[in-house]
Design a protein around this ligand. Structure first.
Ligand code: ASP
Ligand code: MG
Length: 406
């Protein structure tokens, strides 16, 4: 008999039929002889519509009340799932985050879990009940309701799995697992059987959002092995785990792409200490999130500094830069939209050479111009014309032998 945590995302509980489907899956798991703790998200779209409601009654709703409001999304789902399970003749109980013993700090709307006391969960399990916990929420020590940031139900599931030392943690979603690339872009993409935490984090930070990054970081820190799989079929999913030696035999695990990027180049920045600091401090003050930062070597006594960001944030970045340009004595700013980022990710890069060359050759074969390059230990990324991104993904996918069965 295993102790299993199953998390169902918003799409998986998106309507009454799907809630019944989840109830049946959970009951089947219990009937197979396991103890089950279920963590659920709000039904898809509910959190967004609650946010929308808040905006209609207040310009600037307090974060404390936002948390009270948003936590109701998950609270609706736990009750419905528990009812559906009871309707199938099994014992179930719903618990809010606070009731499940999830204690957080007091940073409303993005609270951190400080501690979990799963006393109630254990008591209900002992009583042979299926326990349904509201994801995305917790409580401060002084009893205030908090939420864990968008997508936070994943974190609840991982943290509970860790706290109750579950044997298995399954994250059910609307895709079969993590893919070598987005199958809508690369039709030959295939599901990855196992991926390391670090690869999963890199894939997420470069565009493939299957799970909230914070929850993957948490899983890594506490060694929680979990599986991402579909709630609409019984196919095995992708296991996310500590890296093993044979994972390194695969050079590239997956490719992730990010559209809607923009590039800013500040030309002829005087080459002296403090200029980069001045530029990026001004940008930091606007809290825009920057991605790649590339500085060219100096020519004469200036160099060029480029960075990329989401194109929606371009106006904010530009406004911030206009005020520092004169001060540092740079020549001008050139911006460009219509670019995209392609990243290849794999821990195998640490032990294989020629990986970047192979990627560049694939781009060359398609006549695709590379505008910026950045690398980390387990990732190589290029910025290219957005119109070419699908073709680029297909070429890279082929070049690293990711298509078909590996
Ligand atoms: N309902 C929350 C959200 O939409 C949390 C979650 O779904 O994980 O962000
Ligand atoms: Mg969600």
């Amino acid at each position: 008999m295993s102790l299993i945590v199953q998390k169902y995302g918003g799409t998986s509980v998106g309507n009454p039929q799907r809630i019944l489907n989840v109830a049946r899956r959970v009951v089947a798991t219990q009937e197979a002889g396991h103890r089950v703790v279920v963590v659920v998200s709000a039904m898809s779209g509910v959190t967004d519509s609650l946010i929308n409601l808040a905006r209609q009654v207040s310009q600037n709703p307090s974060e404390r009340e936002m948390d009270v409001l948003l936590s109701t999304g998950e609270q609706t789902t736990i009750a419905l799932i528990a009812m559906a399970i009871e309707g199938l003749g099994k014992k179930a109980v719903s618990l809010t985050g606070g009731q499940a013993g999830i204690i957080t700090d007091g940073v409303h709307t993005k609270a951190k879990i400080v501690n979990i006391t799963p006393k109630q969960i254990h008591a209900h399990l002992k009583n042979e009940e299926i326990v349904i916990v509201a994801g995305f929420q917790g409580e401060t020590t002084d009893g205030r309701i908090t939420t864990l940031g968008r997508g936070g139900s994943d974190l609840t599931a991982i943290a509970i799995a860790s706290a109750i030392k579950a044997d298995v943690c399954q994250i059910f979603t609307d895709v079969d697992g993590v893919y070598t690339c987005d199958p809508r872009i690369v039709p030959t993409a295939r599901k990855i059987d196992a991926i390391s935490y670090d690869e999963m984090l890199e894939m997420a930070s470069s565009g493939s959002k299957v799970m909230q990054s914070r929850s993957v970081e948490f899983a890594k820190k506490f060694g929680v092995v979990f599986e991402v799989r579909s709630s609409f079929n019984n196919n095995p999913g992708t296991i996310v785990t500590e890296e093993t030696e044979d994972m390194e035999n695969v050079v590239v695990r997956g490719i992730s792409i990010e559209k809607n990027q923009a590039k800013v180049t500040i030309r002829q920045v005087p080459d002296r200490p403090g200029t980069a600091a001045r530029i990026f401090t001004a940008l930091a003050a606007t809290s825009v999130i920057l991605d790649m930062i590339v500085q060219s070597d100096s020519v004469g006594d200036t160099n060029d500094i480029s960075f990329t960001l989401n194109k929606d944030e371009l106006p904010k970045a530009q406004a911030a830069l206009n005020s520092v340009m004169k001060e540092i004595g740079a020549k001008d700013i050139v911006t460009e939209e219509g670019i995209a980022k392609l990243s290849i990710v794999g821990i195998g890069m640490r032990s294989h050479s020629g990986v970047a060359a192979r990627l560049f050759e694939a781009m060359a074969a398609g006549g695709i111009n590379i505008q910026l390059i950045s690398t980390s230990e387990i990732k190589t990324a290029v910025i290219i014309d957005e119109a070419k991104i699908n073709e680029a993904a297909q070429l890279a996918h082929e070049a690293f032998g990711l298509s078909g069965k590996a």
